[in-house]
Design a protein around this ligand. Structure first.
Ligand SMILES: *Cc1c(COP(=O)(O)O)cnc(C)c1O
Length: 412
């Protein structure tokens, strides 16, 4: 009999058995047995909670079906800010009155960047990195064209991400706003939001963080970091469902001097006064445009409450362990086949997904999806393994990486 080696790695089953958050997985809806082997894309679309199905049905019956139009007066007019405050409290480190929910991340980016530009007429430059998510770059290209502004591009190392030093030589008295992703959608690099915000402030500019890939898996302290503006998705780690609305954070100190460019009645001072012309509401409400998507903001509330009950520190701890485990497995199983890991090795610089690269990964991903193993593919060669901490098991990571190896070997 061979003695058990002390250094032997625990099995995925042992890791799951020792995971204090393992039981949280029961809160998520699971498709029929056999349909889903390994879901590795919670960073693109989080899984629904079981509670959400019941809560949506009761919303239809009780709130919408029974209160009907009275629901607006009774609850829905305030809902974008009530839900925003709760996201702020649980996940953003934001005091009440600074977060609103609505629109898409793209539209929120437009509104906040335009507001930031309009408030600083002597500043006509926007800074963003070349590797940022397409919509962030496209929105900025459009605003630059519309406003006759110019874009300063940061060329950061794509395998990591933007550091404070990368802004040297770009920031200046013409910089209006710097737009960066807190966690890079490709590499998973976690930027030092506090340090970068402070460098941007030294140049007198405003800082806008895109939190799409960090909200719900990385603890955030927007107020303490002095962040000016932020936006984020709710369908990723906040499990709000396909197309659930975005949130925007506008630091209270800026709300009076910022005016967003899409003037609608719901962001006006008194929507039901049906006035002749637009006057913005006070506070964060002025960042609303039209009728808020009340129905679409119901599911995310369930996840925000689950996050509140578990605590973001425990979620972050599991996230780090899951990404560590995925990296170990990919070193063992994938690197011998020529796969390269392009995410930071230091967990302090990593969000909740990792990216591995191989020229055959587009084909590999298509094969895996048919089998119920679901990472995602980002051109040119990146396969992302997204690990939503509350819904992902170690066994799923192990089966997923083993399936990637198998599919790749078949194609080699
Ligand atoms: C997912 C994501 C978006 C998505 O924007 P939508 O308007 O919801 O389509 C934007 N920016 C980043 C960084 C993202 O990760």
């Amino acid at each position: 009999m061979t003695p058990v080696q002390q250094t032997q790695r625990p099995t995925p089953a042992e890791l799951d058995a020792a995971d204090p958050l393992a039981s949280q997985r029961d809160a998520f809806y699971s498709p029929e047995a056999g349909q889903l082997i390994s879901y590795l894309d919670g960073n693109s679309l989080g899984r629904p909670l079981k509670a959400t199905a019941a809560n949506l049905a009761s919303f239809v019956h009780d709130a919408w079906g029974s209160r009907l139009i009275r629901g607006w007066d009774e609850q829905w007019m305030d809902e974008p800010i009530v839900v925003g405050d709760r996201i702020g409290q649980v996940a953003l480190g934001a005091a009440a009155g600074q977060v609103t929910v609505g629109d898409s991340t793209s539209v929120m980016l437009y509104k906040l960047i335009r507001a930031a530009m309009d408030a600083q007429p002597s500043r006509d430059e926007i800074i963003i990195d070349r590797d940022n998510f397409p919509t962030d770059r496209f929105i900025i290209e459009g605003i630059a064209k519309e406003r006759g502004a110019s874009i300063k591009w940061i060329a950061a190392n794509p395998a990591s991400g933007v550091r404070a030093a990368d802004l040297d030589g770009l920031l200046g008295e013409r910089t209006a706003v710097v737009v960066l992703s807190h966690v890079a959608y490709r590499s998973g690099f976690l930027a030092d939001a506090e340090a970068i915000t402070s460098v941007v402030h030294k140049a007198g500019a405003l800082m806008l963080w895109d939190l799409c890939h960090s909200v719900g898996c990385v603890p955030l302290e927007l107020d303490a970091w002095g962040v000016d503006l932020a936006v984020g998705c709710t369908y990723k780690y906040l499990n709000g469902g396909p197309g659930s609305p975005a949130f925007a954070y506008i630091n209270a100190s800026h709300q009076d001097r910022l005016q967003q460019p899409i003037w609608g009645w719901m962001g006006a001072e008194n929507p039901f006064a049906m006035t002749d012309s637009y006057r913005p509401a006070q506070g964060v409400r002025r960042f609303i445009t039209g009728t808020p998507p009340i129905l679409a903001m119901q599911p995310l509330k369930d996840m925000v409450e689950l996050i509140a009950s578990v605590g973001l520190d425990a979620i972050r701890e599991k996230s780090i362990k899951l990404t560590e485990y995925a990296i170990t497995l990919s070193e063992e199983l994938l690197e011998p086949l020529g796969v390269q890991m392009v995410s930071p090795r230091d967990p302090a610089e990593r969000g909740s997904h990792i990216t591995v690269e191989h020229p055959l990964f587009a084909d590999v991903t298509a094969r895996l999806w048919e089998k119920g193993v679901i990472p995602d593919f980002r051109p040119p060669h990146g396969l992302r393994i997204g690990l939503s901490p509350l819904s992902t098991s170690y066994a799923e990571v192990e089966m997923g990486v083993a399936a990637i190896r198998e599919a790749l070997s078949e194609l080699l």
